[in-house]
Design a protein around this ligand. Sequence first.
Ligand code: GAR
Length: 212
Amino acid sequence: MSRTARVGVLVSGRGSNLQALLDAAADPWYPADIAVVVSNVPGAYALERAAAAGVAAHTVDHRGKPRADFERELIATLGEVDFVCLAGFMRVLTPTFLDAFPERVLNIHPALLPAFPGTHGAAQALAAGVTQAGATCHLVDAGVDTGPILAQGSVPVLAGDTEAALAARILAVEHRLYPLCLRWMAEGRVVVTNRRASVQLQTGESRWITGA
Ligand code: GAR
């Protein structure tokens, strides 16, 4: 894609991943612009981050309406965007939404998928007793955290870790992964075949990063 890609970001909460994308997009050489942010939770702090960055911020409350109506409202509110990034967006999306953006919806998840899908990735990792935890950036399909993987990052699980401590270590990796993967998508360097992504990597790039 030669022009700058227009990106919509869906959020539900504090929006630290949104902030990582906003910060990346502030670089004039970054190939994507954050054009619009939509929260399903009224008053989410992520909306303040969007406003502070001068990005249009909207709320589409999911409560009190059928899921399909909610998703159609999201599509209308996003408008003309090339990609949609889910950044702590805590609703499962159905084909009503996904078919409007085929292979163009990204998600960041706090676990090394396919392990520990759903919520509370750090808590699930601690409960399972794994020694490595991490984050995954992937394309979204109609399953829960099942879409083609773009990149992953790992962090160690340390003795005495609490859920909060491990989640914070994972979050730092999320903030590195998400701008990287959105860049690849915006530059048209990702191909999906048989539900697996391949990425045309440049020198020094990797689909696997490690954190402290
Ligand atoms: C992040 O850890 C993100 O990976 C997770 O919610 C957090 C949102 O934080 N998402 C999921 O668990 C989705 N299944 P943020 O609002 O600060 O970006």
